[in-house]
Design a protein around this ligand. Sequence first.
Ligand code: QUE
Length: 331
Amino acid sequence: MEIKFDTISSTGVITLNRPDALNALNLEMAEQFSEKLNEWSNNNNIKRVLLKGEGKHFCAGGDVKKIHLSGNNSDLKKKFFLTEYRLNFQIYNFPKPYLSIWRGVVMGGGVGLSIYGNFRIVTDTTKFAMPETAIGFFPDVGGSYFLSRLNNNLGVFLGLTGHILNASEIMFLKLGTHYCPENEIENLIDEYISKGTIKNFKISSLNENSILNHIELIEQSFDSNIHNIVQNIKNTSLNNKYYEIIQKKCPMSLATTTELIKKGKNKNLKECLEMEFNLSQQMVYRNDFSTGIDAVLVSKHHQPKWNPQSIQEINLKEVESFFKEKKNQLF
Ligand code: QUE
């Protein structure tokens, strides 16, 4: 069983159970997840939900390796994202308390399974990121909604760089709702399951080397379009690190991500997911998607050859055209 459902006291417990694949979400898991939430929302014996990952990690994202290997002739490239984004919206509308245990890796699709719930428990091992520009994709599962609502252009920064946030950074940005030390997590789970209460612990302040201490640099730099952003980074002290990081990412992913987050600001979650579904159906059939996943997850050579190869070659009119074509209906 790749996903487990248990009822303990009045709590519905969901366990993502692919620990050898960082609990990456596949179509079958998403379908069962959705079906069970539907059932639990109508079941008066279920008072609340808890979501966790088996093993050391919460969830690395969607099973993009399988989606890539399925090729362009299978319908998985459409069906997976349709099912996943509908599930994200179902979680947003779920009528009972919904809590996720953010142990270890919380990335991409894993964020989408948890960020719309009521409670997210951050612990010492939590690693939060939206890393999709590394694989020729973009920060989806409502990234245009929740990243665009972070202050100081931080969402653009996180979406473009795939920067990994640690526990104190996640709490500082209020992406998590509670911090709990690793050795207290089992107690917190037991208490939530049996009583519905959540212990809170004090989190240490930002580390002095945290990028969040340079928020004004981020605000100034990660503004406007991708061409300006790259110039801005070059002209600041962010240059020594983030310029190099961005140069390794997929140029078309960087350009679509920047525009996506801008557009998401004025949209509600449903509209954001619709925009993303439409964009997903443009991006997953591009060579960059196969190239990126192969480089990171299959061959693992980590030297993807993107097309276009450089950010300078990106035509913003072409980027805009990706948002115009609306042939895919999510809801
Ligand atoms: C960027 C990503 C993902 C990634 C690596 C990146 C991603 C994702 C996975 C992943 C990891 C382990 C698995 C798996 C997928 O890795 O979204 O199936 O077993 O899901 O650099 O966006």
